[in-house]
Ligand binder design. Sequence first.
Ligand code: DPP
Ligand code: ZN
Length: 883
Amino acid sequence: SPTIYRHDYVPPAYWVETVEMGFDLDPALTRVATRLTVRRNPEGRTNTLVLCGESVELVQLQINGKRLASGDYQLGNGLLQIPNMPDQASVDIETAIQPEQNTSLMGLYVSNGNFFTQCEAEGFRKITYFPDRPDVMAKYKVMLRADKKKYPVLLSNGNLIEEGDLGDGRHYALWEDPFNKPSYLFALVAGNLVCQEEKFRLEDGRDALLQVWVEEGNLDKTQHAMDSLKNSIRWDEERFGLELDLDRFMIVAVGDFNMGAMENKGLNIFNTKFVLANPRIATDTDYANIEAVVGHEYFHNWTGNRVTCRDWFQLSLKEGLTVFRDQEFSADMIGTASGRACKRIEDVRVLRQAQFPEDAGPMAHPVRPDSYVEINNFYTVTVYEKGSEVVRMYQTLLGREGFRRGMDLYFARHDGQAVTCDDFRAAMADANDRDLTQFERWYSQAGTPRVKAETRYDSEAHTFELTLSQSCPPTPDQERKLPFHIPVAVGLVGPNGHDIPLHLDGAPQENIHGQGTIVLELTQARQTFRFNRVTEKPIPSLLRDFSAPVILEFEYSDDELAFLMAHDSDPFNRWEAGQRLASRHLLALATSSQGSGTSGDTADEAGLGQAFHKTLNDTSLEPAFRELALTLPSESLLADQLEVIDPQAIHRARVSLRKVLAENLREDWLATYHANQTPEPYSPDARSAGRRGLKNTALSYLCELDDAAAHELAQEQYDNAGNMTDRVAALAALVNSSAPGKAAALEHFYTEFEREALVVDKWFMLQGMARATDVAAVRKLMRHPAFTLKNPNRARSLIFSFCNGNPAQFHAPDGSGYAFWAEQVIALNAINPQVAARLARSLERWRKYTPELQAKMRPALEQVARTKKLSKDVLEIVTKALE
Ligand code: DPP
Ligand code: ZN
């Protein structure tokens, strides 16, 4: 499979002005008639029209009404090339496709009897031959024809122009999208669906029709998605002055979907997981995720659709920016300072747990990649989450208003265009009269930068010097890195626990007013900043609110960390101090015991216990914050900080510390548990969710004691739960203990929710991640009648949760987990390459593990690599891993 390079970009030889499509929908064989009007691009280099096609049969081809003979064009390697084209032409293409056979879930496919499409990134070419690249934007008119009984609902992008009967039991609908769009935003839906709809008044006075479409029987689960949509529309008007540009906006839920959701113009298609919710089936986390994803897809309407990407290397232009927007939306919806901090902590946790390892492994790539084999492999946490951090840094450097000025200029310049990350950076720079040349390195250099801090306090001169030095480890194809432009937000905490007013030496007037936090700009390899008038020795609070996606190194003492944990005015760094303290202890435990399971230093433990005790009982802190502060760093986060990973040692260390904390703080956990009950009826608001989260954290610590009292508490919560959050938390606590009722509870849960696919996913997931679940148990679960590899959510719920979420069992010393992994990657490869490639990534960092485990991992990787008919998706991952 060829590698595609960013530097090889050439503009298309032909633009497409209009696209008219006619679909005769039939699951076995759908016919698609497409008429394009094309016009030669003066900047193009040839007069050959290049169209992409994959898994489509070409039935007929005409130029300006004249049928082409097979000698008039070339067909092969996924391309249809028509040479000697006139400067303007009408191109008629007829294709035949087989939606029912399409298990890749790209292009047109069938899910539970209904038709859906997914075209990003390169799915449109599975429907018809087309210049399937995002810089080719056109106006679409789409005619859908189908059996009226089976497919009463026919939807596509834009506005419904006409509908009616065709006789012979068939009907039609004609849709027109008034906006230019790239082919990846095309969508159609046809089937037996119902909707909740509402008229919504926009700021400019227009009424928009909002619809959430689901299968019959799910109308009691659409309200939260609808509310989230309305909140998203309002928020984008208020925060960015961006309005809905259509009269109609639709969300459709589908059970078989590769990604979370898709921002097709006016017709968003969503994984059911991010639409359906009611208290019976959805957890607080589900509610929050739905709000975030509905927001994300809605926000794409401007950042992605109105202004799109020139090529797929620019993916972060829309994804990083839109993730940033959805993160800000969720934070604003919570509203409180503490709530915002909790959201920030959760986002940073994801970044560290998933993106930092990616950036240190064989798939490491810049936010704007330089090459790929399969673009679907680059919908990554780097492009999304690190991309969002990069956008956030503009706001940190320019301020909220400066950032808004940059956004306004970006739309003023580029509305209706397909542009690059450089264009976005230029808009930010020009709107604020700032030089952001060096900032470009965040887009071009991969790897997580390290910032090392050293300090010197002069008690005579009352100066405090902070020296920051930066470095970035080598990544594939990038040996040496140049310094980044890093905003480092800093505060100095005095002995009384308050921020010292900052007087930065040599700072411009507006920066020396003595505020508690200042954003330093680190642009060199090493820089020293001096603060004056510091009368007492402070403790530095560095990288407040996680102002840059870097690893901060500073030699804090345990006492200093405990002090920051109790006093830092920056809630993120309060949390951070506790995590550092816990990590330090856990890493020492994991490396010293190396499998012996003995406890570490008890003096450390006492210090940590005290700090936890304080936090747990500090009722001035919001419950949601306490929950985050009391949750130990995850096993994968700890693994990432070790030179050599021994998953069992890490697991033992973490469990043993949890047990110690459970024992030492038993009474506090119990009191916290009872103090944080929430009243019925259930409400998913952040405050209530925070209380439930803290209560359930208390329950899970108590269940580490594995005694009758804990079992009873969990059983009672399970039996009386009035919502899914409490129910599934109790079930997880039971399953990870030796409670006598756990098998019965598992069976009850399944029977109770058998008809709710998303809950059955939870049932599989919980078992996939359970401490006692080994490979044999997973294989047994795969034989359950409800299990199937064909549904991505179901495959992920068991197999991914085991391979990624149960490290101690997956990395069993006998290598049985790896053999299982290889089998499943190979099986999935034949069904759905995208899902297979995601699973393939579970072993990409194999070189980080102990030599004994590596010796078992390599053959598994090699087995996958030499599989016949391997998709380029999987091939790219295993090749890079083995390189
Ligand atoms: N649908 C995916 C997302 O919204 C890809 N665009 O991120
Ligand atoms: Zn997106």
